[in-house]
Design a protein around this ligand. Sequence first.
Ligand code: SF4
Length: 78
Amino acid sequence: MTERHSITTRQAVDEFCLQCRGHDPFAVGNCERESCPLWPVRPNRSLQGRTPLDFDCDDATQEVLDALDLDYIERQLG
Ligand code: SF4
């Protein structure tokens, strides 16, 4: 009996590109091989021009804390 797997075209492209670039999402997003037929639809295109150093987890945490406005919550709790 043969096991059937069903994936979407999107999932196939994502997986193909990630395998092509060693499962590095930044490498996929920054892929420079424009002649590749998958280039216009590769995943992580929003990462083009960015590196992991462009993202600071500490800043992200502080942004979330600022958005929560903990002072307001503490005032409400009295
Ligand atoms: S678009 Fe880039 S990452 Fe995707 S398959 Fe083509 S060469 Fe590889």
